[in-house]
Design a protein. Sequence first.
Length: 286
Amino acid sequence: MLGLGRKCPTVTHMSYKRSEDLPSYSAPPVNEVAIGIGFSPLTCWNSVCPGEFRALVRDKFPKIEDKGPLPPLALLTRAPESTATVLEIPPVRRTWYLADSTDLLIQVQEDRLHVNWRRVQEEDSYPRYGRVLGEFTDALDLFQRFVEGRGERIFCTAGEVSYVNHIPEGPLWSDWNDLSSVLQGWSPVPGAVSGIEAIAGTFTASADSGSNLVADGRQMTIDIKTAIRRNDQSRIVILQLVNRGRLGSSEHEAVTEWCGRASEEIVRAFTQLTTARAHEHWRRIR
């Protein structure tokens, strides 16, 4: 899917086959999907590499932005310990490579690779997970060959799949003190509490703790919060689900399989967390 021309032809990998009973919606409230991996820091990834890698992807991702580096991708099974680290040189920045439409982008830093789809215009339609996974697989293949050309290999340590859903005020809800029409089993804010301006909650489900939402050692973080949209000052509920876990292989098929399973768990969890009324509004197919 990447426009590589003669420099680096795209390799087509076996696509992940979704489960036939996976819930599906014609108009899901998905605002962003990200697929990524964490790996051992690359010694070859220095300050000139972002520009060199850009030459390989600029046909499809001509825009570039510099961002601050993200922390290493890891599980959140315990609170981070307070440590002091002395660096000989600062970490290399994170680089975004964006399509002209800016709805699709690749993120690269010395120990991470992510592909994101995001809704830029209100009328943009979610392109479905298969396309985002295909873009990620192509980007991973290209990045692996880029790294191998510099005498290194990628050793994957963790994977991450993230879905961000925006549920605007309107047909489903009008008072964020009571979101029971959207969220299954939601308990309204106690009546003694008035003047609520925001709601926020974070929950973590782990396979190691016996959760029915995840398997194979994965860990899902569910974040629910209310917000005000910048463009029109309207109110929205943001429901974000992030599925993380260890990767035991750097092979394409193994990484693709892991990401596919993680995505399916998010879709099933989303369906369990939300109501039948909401499913009807989002035009559930199955």
